[in-house]
Design a protein. Structure first.
Length: 122
């Protein structure tokens, strides 16, 4: 009887610890990010992204840079979420979240009449 209570108690504690370790909330939220943050502030807060890309408009010279961060969340099953942070002139202009399609392991350079796109994993 005492042995089964101890096993139940230890099992309950382990289950509670496991459930707490499963994150259900993204660390990339309106509470941790603000539009207008600099790229340096984001890098200091979240570290190096797993991939980045940039687009430069050939007419205006404006550069739009995108950083990609992955995180594992437990939302009705296991989910890998990709957080896509976009910067213009070094300032955060958008955050998108979802699953990224495909996986690139090499640098891709695409030239079009209006812009050049470079995408590379970090």
């Amino acid at each position: 009887m005492m042995k089964s209570k101890i096993i139940w108690f230890v099992s309950s504690i382990l289950f509670a610890l496991f459930m707490n370790s499963c994150s259900t909330r993204s660390k990339f939220s309106s509470e941790s990010l603000n539009i207008g943050m600099t790229k340096e502030q984001v890098l200091a807060k979240f570290g190096k992204p797993y991939k980045s890309s940039f687009v430069q408009d050939k007419e205006t010279g404006a550069i739009e840079e995108t950083l990609f961060y992955r995180e594992f969340l437990y939302i009705t099953g296991n989910s890998n979420i990709t957080n896509i942070l976009t910067f213009k002139a070094g300032k955060l202009i958008s955050l998108k979240q979802g699953q990224e399609s495909g996986s690139s392991t090499q640098t891709t350079i695409i030239n079009t009449p209006q812009s050049t796109v470079v995408q590379t994993p970090n």
